[in-house]
Design a protein around this ligand. Structure first.
Ligand code: SOE
Length: 391
């Protein structure tokens, strides 16, 4: 029997459910060097947390994360709370000697993210590791895109076109939630979904964003308060609440290899539910991906003869494709949840080997710097603003 990895998860809403299925499923489909045990789930409300433990498969429930993270029978703390508590939980857990998996974006500010990255660096010296949950890196088509770039199949990156499009608050009557409160979420579309495309484009290209020129917009500034606030809290009651985050973020960017980029993150693209669209044009080829067709990667090879050249539609479900061999026969396809399962698989392997899992908190901090620079540029009439430390 492999050594157990006893997990405590804080938060049990959408992300908590996604992470729970990953902890449950990963050891059933992949050979793991450690055996994850779903020890305890933590939430603010005892009754709701007990129900969540039953539903999601956790052995115990608790309401005090401070007490849980110091328990001897916990090896890893999985942080699935809104951004305003990431720093305090993650830092305390690392200091208590627990590995940490923390949802994205890493924090609500660069200052918090710096503290988290510093705590992670100190912990790593003691063999205790931290990882941030940019789960889309583990979509097989995205992993394949990165491999093709690394193999030189698209040459030098010239253009990156990235959009993350949702529509769940396009209706002005859609109620307030913690995701629309700056205090809780840090930012709106920018940090919630823009963070993913910032991370993904840097991950696929292997380059960093060096500067941006941005606009942010909040289209609907007042929204009805929800009757109930759900397990993650937030404002509730009668009347309306003020939206204190951006609804949409657009920016131009430069990449470290000289390429130019456009980014768009919005929750107002009616009809687009979870469209993560990334196109990369290089000197030797192009790649295109859309999460709404997530098992497919489009690849144009500039070396193909003109008569037959064209974008190839690669169905990324062959056993030789990243992660796919552990699942179903070719063509049967994977879904949103598999990225979370692959995240657990990679994390467990890194921990068993005593190596740094990726993305590290340092990488989470780098994304946070881009988000912060986008916000600053937007408040300065879209002034071109370099990313600190990026080159
Ligand atoms: C909500 O916009 C959300 O759940 C994000 O928070 C996630 O990170 C993204 O994967 C899907 O959309």
């Amino acid at each position: 029997m492999p050594t157990p990895l006893r997990v405590a998860m804080v938060g049990h809403a959408f992300m908590g459910a996604a992470h729970s299925q990953a902890w449950r499923t990963a050891p059933r489909f992949f050979d793991l060097p450690l055996s994850p045990e779903m020890a305890v789930v933590v939430g603010r409300d005892a009754e709701r947390t007990t129900a969540a433990a039953d539903r999601l498969g956790w052995a115990e429930s608790a309401t005090d994360w401070r007490e849980v993270i110091t328990r001897d029978d916990v090896d890893l703390v999985d942080v699935c709370t809104p951004g305003d508590t990431h720093a305090q939980i993650a830092i305390a857990a690392l200091e208590a000697g627990k590995h940490v998996l923390c949802e994205k974006p890493l924090a609500n500010s660069v200052a918090e993210a710096q503290d988290m990255a510093a705590a992670a660096a100190r912990a790593a010296e003691r063999g205790v590791f931290a990882m941030v949950g940019f789960t889309y890196r583990r979509v097989p088509a995205i992993a394949l895109a990165r491999q093709l770039v690394q193999q030189g199949r698209i040459g030098q990156v010239r253009h990156v076109r990235a959009a993350y499009l949702q529509d769940w608050i396009a209706d002005p009557q859609a109620p307030m939630s913690w995701r629309l409160e700056g205090e809780r979420a840090g930012s709106g579309a920018l940090g919630d979904i823009g963070a993913h495309v910032v991370d993904l484009t840097q991950h696929i290209t292997g380059e960093t964003i060096t500067g941006v020129s941005a606009v942010l917009e909040t289209f609907v500034k007042e929204r009805p308060l929800p009757a109930s606030t759900g397990s993650l809290g937030g404002v509730g009651g009668e009347g309306t609440g003020t939206v204190t985050v951006d609804d949409a973020a657009l920016f131009l960017a430069r990449f470290s290899g000289g390429g130019l980029a456009t980014f768009e993150a919005t929750r107002f693209a009616l009809g687009r539910k979870n469209a993560i669209r990334i196109e990369v044009n290089g000197s030797a080829g192009s790649l295109a991906f859309d999460f709404e067709d997530m098992n497919v990667l489009h690849f144009f090879d500039g070396a193909d003869p003109d008569e037959t050249a064209g974008f190839r539609r690669i169905v990324v479900t062959e056993p030789g494709h990243p992660y796919v061999g552990a699942w179903w026969p070719a063509g049967h396809g994977l879904g949103y949840e598999h990225g979370f399962t692959h995240q657990v698989v990679d994390l467990v392997h890194a921990l068993a080997e005593g190596t740094q899992p990726t993305p590290s908190f340092a990488e989470g901090l780098a994304v946070q710097r881009v988000l912060d620079t986008v916000s600053r540029s937007a408040t300065q009439n879209s002034a071109w603003t370099p990313i600190e430390g990026a080159h």
